[in-house]
Ligand binder design. Sequence first.
Ligand code: E4P
Length: 214
Amino acid sequence: MEFFLDTASLDEIAAARKQGLIDGVTTNPTLLSREGGDWQEQARKICDTVDGPVSLEVVGTKAEDMVREAEHLVTFGNNVVVKIPMIAEGLVATRELEARGIRTNVTLVFSAMQALLAAKAGATYVSPFVGRLDGIGQSGMEVVSQIRTIFDNYGMNTKILVASVRSPNHVLEGALLGADVATVPYKVITQLTQHPLTDSGLEAFLNDWKKLTE
Ligand code: E4P
């Protein structure tokens, strides 16, 4: 399973890269607006820093506007993946962009049928938002499981990118279900490395070693 970092923060990207923990980055308009400043400059810097795919999202809602924005976004780096919202116009844009060799990530996916439509349009990635589904009392992971089954049934190559991750458990369940990628906030990436028994075990080993050598 690949790990993407769900952020527009260069500091978070630098920290996660140092630990060798990320294969790519996903941003969205909210994450970029949180950073403030010139979003284009920020997005270009992210593309320069990250070796793997960087998802940058369009904000148009008409297919022609999305395609025009995508043409601009891909000038930021050859690792850009264009995020397209899962609406009817988005499917038109996805089909056209993929036909031109521009990779897409269909975002704001909340059902397996939406994912199937995105895959039929040729999307490189689909992003089911598991945390937001859990937040309204539905099961995000059930949707991921359904998408996995459908894609396997028909040999579809579109990658399942688990998004809106809230906890290490979302990453674990995504991995068990065979999702291709999880895009993870920095806080959750940090939690993935930790376990209280590791900390107490290490403390005991170090104390015992001190007793032996003092
Ligand atoms: C995915 O690419 C999105 O950026 C992200 O996971 C959105 O999740 P949220 O529910 O934390 O906003």
